[in-house]
Design a protein around this ligand. Structure first.
Ligand SMILES: Nc1ncnc2c1ncn2[C@@H]1O[C@H](COP(=O)(O)OP(=O)(O)O)[C@@H](O)[C@H]1O
Ligand SMILES: [Mg+2]
Length: 494
């Protein structure tokens, strides 16, 4: 038996203990407690349920140490406080059974050391702050939403992609609003399926999302469902804006096409120059001697007709050769600052009197503030002549030609647009029209060299040319020339 004094000491020792020490009945009523409990502001705790007094929970704690001890008949020790992610869910630290003979009469239990708990909360808070910072400053748009679609997280990049301020998104945006039509529903379906990166996941999915102003934005999405146990509680998505990448890709494709075209032109140029020179002399011989025979000999009508035909065909060959030589011209270029508007007007003046142009209305919209362009005037005349001739031919000599010039100060270029009201260029031949010898015209009507000559001229001037069909019909050629051409004066044009 303990002496009275010994009992007094034990009681004092319990009170001196800085942790909360309680004796709890098997049905979780507090039977006794040390002073530590009273010191924390709870005067009268005996008779009250422990979970209510210590954790403010109407129901017993989820991992109650006393319950556990009751089930196993052994002392119950809970995981260390560090192991609890959710501090709100912590139960008492341990429960030891107190026996009355063989029967468990009560349990002695102790809570977590409160200073320790405070420290953990602080740690958790600071790691939460770090997580928050990471999410907010991520390079992708990060959006999390609860099951009803209410936005829980909306980071800075999301604001940039979607155009909503963070507060605005958290208060009034629904996740369904950022997808077009049934987009959100489709994505949920894929998330729940196991075929798009595993159940609850959606990997590398490309789709359009909707900006606040209604604009569609292409994105790459990685998303997942957030579970609590088995239950879906939220979704989180990482949105990567694809606009910049798509722009670069388009630019690259365009450059590659241009490179290909230049390559073709260069090799053809070399070949054509040689062939043209070789053909020139024999052709001159054929025409000369045919003429002589026609003039000097009395011929039957049939023979005369045939020879006339030979002469015409030989002359056509000569014209083609002439164009070929022009195309691969080895002469020196005279690069000077030139007035493009004047060059256009001069070409039009030359063409206007041709029968082909009699029934064509020419509409000029020339920028009066067009700066001079460093260029070769003769080549520019060739360029405009070829495009205007093609247009007139396409329109069958009847229609409308619109010529527009503009200064593009931000890129130091001038833009020339020549549009016609003809049938336009069929989409399948559009990629080939600049190819040498490509023509859709009858034999004798076209050589297929006009536009390749045009292409070569634009290129020697460091510019770009593009052909397209206007939505209202007809073809349009758009030429951009750099004001300060990179080609120095006197450089050969090969
Ligand atoms: N304004 C236009 N409208 C419709 N098709 C055009 C136009 N300009 C050019 N084309 C097409 O491009 C082809 C190539 O033109 P080009 O190189 O000048 O050769 P050519 O005029 O000798 O046929 C033409 O045969 C024609 O099919
Ligand atoms: Mg032509």
């Amino acid at each position: 038996m303990r002496s009275e004094k010994e009992i007094q000491y034990l009681l004092k020792a319990a009170d001196a203990f800085r942790r909360r020490l309680i004796v709890i009945s098997p049905d979780l009523q507090i039977l006794a407690s040390n002073r530590s409990v009273e010191n924390k502001g709870q005067e009268q705790v005996v008779g009250l349920p422990c979970h209510q007094v210590f954790y403010d929970r109407p129901e017993p704690c989820l991992n109650c140490a006393v319950q556990k001890s009751k089930e196993t008949g052994r002392p119950a020790l809970q995981p260390k406080p560090e192991e609890y992610v959710d501090l709100e869910k912590m139960p008492c630290l341990y429960a030891y059974p107190i026996y009355d003979g063989d029967r468990v009469e009560a349990y002695v239990s102790m809570d977590y050391d409160l200073p320790v708990r405070g420290e953990i909360e602080e740690k958790l808070q600071s790691s939460n702050a770090l997580l928050r910072n990471l999410i907010m400053s991520a390079v992708d748009g990060v959006i999390a939403a609860d099951k009803k679609g209410k936005i829980l997280i909306f980071n800075n990049m999301a604001s940039e992609i979607f155009g909503y301020a963070q507060v605005e998104a958290l208060e009034s945006l629904n996740i369904r609003d950022i997808y077009p039509d049934q987009g959100a529903y489709e994505i949920m379906k894929m998330l729940r399926s196991e075929h798009y990166g595993g159940p609850g996941k959606l990997c590398n999915y490309e789709a359009d999302v909707v900006h606040k102003n209604g604009e569609r934005i292409p994105i790459n999405l990685n998303a997942s469902i957030v579970y609590e146990g088995e239950r879906e509680v939220a979704t989180i998505g990482f949105f990567h804006d694809l606009r910049e990448m798509q722009r670069i890709k388009a630019e690259l494709e365009k450059t590659q096409l241009q490179l290909l075209q230049s390559e073709k032109m260069a090799s053809l140029g070399k070949l054509a120059a040689g062939v043209a020179h070789q053909l020139n002399n024999p052709l001159a011989g054929v025409t000369l001697y045919t003429r002589l025979v026609l003039e000097d000999y009395p011929l039957e009508e049939g023979a005369r007709k045939d020879l006339q035909r030979v002469l015409e065909d030989a002359e056509r060959c000569r014209d083609t050769v002439k164009e070929l030589l022009e195309f691969t011209r080895q002469t020196r270029h005279l690069m000077r600052p030139q007035d493009i508007n004047r060059a256009i007007s001069r070409t039009i003046f030359l063409l206007e009197n041709q029968t082909l142009f009699q029934n064509i209305i020419i509409e000029k919209d020339l920028d009066p503030a067009l700066p001079p362009v460093y260029s070769d005037i003769q080549q520019l005349n060739h360029l405009f002549m070829n495009i205007l001739l093609n247009a007139a031919q396409a329109m069958g000599g009847r229609g409308e030609l619109r010529i527009r010039t503009r200064h593009l100060p931000e890129v130091d270029r001038v833009r020339i647009e020549i549009a016609d009201s003809g049938p336009g260029i069929p989409e399948n031949i559009l990629p080939h029209i600049f190819d040498p010898f490509f023509t859709t015209k009858e034999e004798g009507e076209g050589t297929g060299l006009g536009l390749s000559l045009v292409y070569g001229i634009v290129e020697t001037h460091g510019g770009q040319i593009e052909a397209r069909n206007n939505p209202e019909g007809g073809a349009a050629f758009i030429i951009e020339l750099s004001i300060h051409s990179k080609i120095a004066e006197g450089t050969t044009g090969e």
